[in-house]
Design a protein around this ligand. Structure first.
Ligand code: ADP
Length: 481
């Protein structure tokens, strides 16, 4: 039986054409779905459809748009298990991780649906007699949303839901490695009765479609999550046209472990941050910076705990870590492991592609720990995006902050401590947009702004109230009465 066909969605219609395969990274011979390979012309048509749909959608009341987004959430909830399993099969993360992500997408839709009734503005007293003045929100216009494969549902959801509630129309371009989870959101938008042209979906080659999207005349804003190189290129294109833009890109996120930390919790948090979701989170811990008085004991415990992780097909119960998303990503990870070997010797655990009947048809890499890593080493500086952790030694918190901040990135960071004063020193001193204490560096919620600093991000933040700022504009009104 051939795999199901998932068409593109343009102007309320499902559009078929030549396809590419979406494969299961745990069993590469399994085709999860066939997706239509969109063309630049499809993107242009999608952007035109979004432009045509804009006045009607923007004219609806916020609560009416909200009612439709609530319906989207209900539809996703009804298919919760199916959508979660789809995600594990296309991206490789474990089924519990996929379920948590789908739950998050549902919550995101409900959160922003509720915002429909709260899209207020500003009323201020005028200097002038009998003048009433206020500013209210209006949509920005047609938004291009370009999303990655690592959170194939939550990231499209946290761009789509705020864009829609503010009255914008969108063209969504999902990552080719995992387009099905985003497609499921679009399917739910269709079934919920969101009018034609408001949501458009075009899968296909990133470069050609990205270029067509950012140059489509109706486009007013771009929201991108992905690699630094693509982000920089998009920014150049978008700035020539003065598009509103937000970029979420790489990270090299540290977890600092102080001697006063709750030891077992710190071990757990580092293992969780470094290896869960196969290290393929933008907020994953890739550097553990450990205070020297507990360094040896901590490294030993970390290795012992990591060796207990079970790697395998994320559909199987008891598996902790799934595969890398595809062969190219696995090869990147293996290449960095080789670089690590040359720079600082054999890893304390892991370091190889897994072999055997359960692994040979997937892209499985052992969770890998390098210890004694120093700042000059490549594996301490470059984003790897896989299950590889560099452990570094620090004299004290000040030294740890120096090491942590000596990075071009600044997405997330974590501190493990029980000392209040050190906690605040870190909160104010760490160069990161997203800071946790006694939690893993990864694991964000949708109610607060999300984004990094330095080379990790550009433009206004995503999620929470910040998303409403990005996806809306003010119109200011003065009335003499
Ligand atoms: P990753 O594959 O690590 O998520 P990419 O930046 O390559 O990072 O991809 C993120 C998204 O950007 C994907 O949807 C991809 O198809 C898209 N993309 C890739 N190249 C370009 C490009 N030149 N312009 C616009 N989008 C692109």
């Amino acid at each position: 039986m051939s795999a199901p066909l998932y068409p593109n969605y343009i102007n309320g219609e499902w559009v078929e054409g030549p396809t590419f395969d979406n494969r299961n990274p745990a069993r590469w011979d399994e085709v999860v779905g066939r997706f239509v390979n969109g063309t630049p012309e499809d993107v242009a048509r999608a952007a035109d459809a979004a432009q045509a749909a804009l006045p009607g959608w923007a004219a609806m009341t916020g609560p009416a748009r909200g009612a439709l987004l609530f319906r989207v959430a209900d539809i996703l909830e009804k298919r919760f298990e199916e959508i979660s399993a789809d995600m594990t099969r296309e991206e490789g993360k474990t089924l519990p991780e996929a379920r948590a992500e789908v739950r998050r997408s549902i919550n995101i839709f409900r959160y922003f649906a509720g915002e429909g009734a709260r899209l207020g503005g500003i009323v201020a007293p005028s200097e002038r007699d009998r003048v009433h003045m206020f500013a209210f929100r209006k949509p920005v216009g047609v938004c291009g949303l370009i999303t990655p494969w690592n959170f194939p549902s939550a990231i499209p959801a946290w761009k789509l839901a705020p864009a829609l509630i503010c009255g914008n129309t969108v063209v969504l371009k999902p990552a080719s490695a995992a387009p099905l989870s985003a497609w499921r959101l679009v399917e739910a938008c269709h079934e919920a009765g969101i009018p034609k042209g408001v949501v458009n979906f075009v899968a296909g080659p990133g470069k050609a479609l990205g270029e067509a999207l950012v140059n489509a005349p109706p486009l007013r804003a771009v929201s991108f999550t992905g690699s630094c190189g693509v982000g920089a290129w998009l920014h150049e294109q978008a700035s020539r046209r003065r598009l509103r833009i937000q970029l979420e890109m790489g990270g090299k996120n540290p977890t600092i472990v102080l001697a006063d930390a709750s030891f077992d919790l710190a071990v757990e948090n580092v293992v969780n941050g470094a290896f869960f979701s196969t290290g393929q989170k933008c907020t994953a811990t890739s550097r553990a910076i450990v205070e020297e008085t507990i360094y040896d004991r901590f490294v030993e415990a970390l290795v012992e705990r990591t060796k207990k992780l079970r790697v395998g097909d994320g559909m199987q119960p008891g598996v902790d870590i799934g595969p890398c998303v595809d062969e190219a990503q696995m090869n990147t990870v293996l290449r960095y492991i080789e670089i690590g070997r040359r720079e600082c010797g054999e890893p304390l655990c892991g370091g190889r592609r897994l072999a055997g009947p359960d692994f040979d048809c997937g892209w499985f890499v052992e969770p890998t720990i390098f210890a004694g890593v120093t700042q000059d080493m490549t594996i301490a500086r470059e984003e790897i995006f896989g299950p590889v952790l560099a452990v570094m030694k620090a004299r004290d918190l000040r030294h740890a902050l120096e090491i942590a901040n000596a990075s071009e990135f600044g997405l997330s960071a974590s501190l493990q401590t029980s000392n209040l004063s050190r906690m605040f020193e870190y909160i104010y001193g760490i160069e990161a947009g997203l800071v946790t204490v006694n939690l893993p560096s990864a694991g964000v919620e949708y109610q607060l702004p999300f984004g990094g600093t330095k080379d990790s991000s550009f433009g206004p933040k995503e999620q929470g109230p910040a998303a409403i700022e990005f996806y809306s504009d003010y119109k200011t009104v003065y009335v003499k009465y």
